[in-house]
Design a protein around this ligand. Structure first.
Ligand SMILES: [Mn+2]
Length: 383
């Protein structure tokens, strides 16, 4: 039986103010193509389908159409809510959709009720246990967890329900789906922190007992231990910290007898990320940066004083410039105190310095004479 593991679509997310929906839809289309080409039985989406609890209308359309296309391509779809999704909104119509082969799970009280995928290869059926993201304060009541308030405690109880159900199924193949921060996982800049200070980590032992665990939450693809537990990562980069990531899905084979086989399948890169560094002039002229012209660009400017309208000027060459950092050379920094810097300088000199600082050019003679007149006038008035 063949599964496609993806997560963290974040439909409706923007990248430094630019919409990404076309790229997100293209990524789902590429998955639908894999379903057809690779004979995928089940697509598992491990949470964060949307970027927000109340997603924009075009993101809702994208999800509705994306799920239909995966289903039409021949796969059963199993998805859980992540920390960005609204469980109640996402599971609207869930029982009707389940009849059509699209299973949306947002309620932990169903943790012990698997999606049963009938075997088509002569082996046992596959039991998929979708566990939505659990907010400890809410889930501890739903799970009768008493005063337990950790992610580990509530997720452990939910997975216990899944394991208890699995134990009644005789010889069976199984898969758990969860949205959590597994201990040892590597975060990047685009996940929302679940709990400050690391109290969100869930130990790996919590996930024992399943043939495969499809995780969502961390946006970089990663594998734990013997390879049974993995993050697929997001289908697109959502921050410049993901420059080195390869984005894709896991294609997971769970044969009747042989061991698990998992393969990484990359998604098409729609726009690469590039980091460029130099003075504005260098960035605009040097052929060295030609490759970045069609990329999302993060520019670090090393000019001593940030030139005016630098983003506008960068975009004349780099249409997709998205982020600007300023890193002036250390030697150019003045370490004197403010008092030391203004000591012995006249009012007109200080204004001239200010003008030069904000415009990047020395103050013009005309401006200085106006300034001199005003200073004289004010001095006369207060004398
Ligand atoms: Mn996410």
């Amino acid at each position: 039986m063949r599964f496609l593991h993806t997560s963290d679509w974040h439909l409706g997310r923007t990248f430094h103010g630019a919409g990404l929906l076309d790229e997100q839809v293209a990524a789902i289309d590429a998955m639908a193509e894999m379903v057809r080409a690779e004979g995928i039985d089940v697509v598992v989406v491990a949470g964060d389908l949307y970027d927000r609890q109340i997603p924009p209308a075009d993101a809702v359309t994208a999800l509705s159409e994306g799920l239909s296309r995966l289903r039409s391509a021949g796969a059963t779809v199993v998805a859980i809510t992540g920390n960005h999704d609204s469980p109640v909104r996402l599971r609207f119509g869930d029982r009707l959709l389940a009849q059509a082969g699209v299973h949306l799970r947002g309620d932990v009280r169903g943790a012990g009720t698997p999606v049963v995928v009938p075997a088509s290869d002569g082996g046992s059926d596959v039991f998929v246990y979708p566990i939505p993201y659990l907010e400890p304060e809410v889930a501890r009541h739903q799970l009768a967890a008493g005063s337990e308030r950790t992610h580990e405690a509530v997720l452990g109880l939910a997975l216990d329900r899944a394991r208890a159900d699995l134990a009644t199924r005789g010889p069976a193949r199984s898969l758990a789906v969860a949205h959590a921060f597994a201990a040892g996982g590597v975060p990047c800049d685009s996940e929302r922190v679940l709990r400050v200070g690391g109290g969100d980590r869930v130990s790996l032992g919590c996930f024992d007992g399943f043939d495969y665990v499809a995780l969502g939450h961390l946006h970089g693809r990663q594998v734990f231990g013997d390879g049974r537990m993995r993050y697929s990562g997001s289908p697109l980069p959502y921050s410049f910290s993901e420059r080195a990531h390869r984005k894709g899905v896991w294609v997971v084979d769970i044969p009747p007898e042989a061991p698990l086989h998992v393969e990484a399948v990359d998604l098409p890169v729609q726009r690469e990320l590039a980091a460029v560094r130099g003075t504005l002039d260098e960035l605009l002229r040097s052929p060295e940066f030609a490759e970045a012209e069609e990329c999302w660009v993060q520019a670090t400017l090393t000019d001593v004083v940030l030139p005016r309208d630098c983003m506008g000027r960068l975009r004349q060459r780099f249409k997709w410039a998205a982020s600007l950092l300023h890193d002036p050379p250390l030697t150019a920094l003045d370490h004197r105190t403010y008092r030391e810097r203004v000591a012995g300088r006249g009012d007109v000199e200080l204004v001239a310095d200010f003008v030069a600082h904000v415009t990047g050019e020395p103050a013009a003679d005309d401006d200085l004479s106006v300034c001199r007149e005003v200073v004289d006038e004010v001095s006369a008035a207060v004398a």
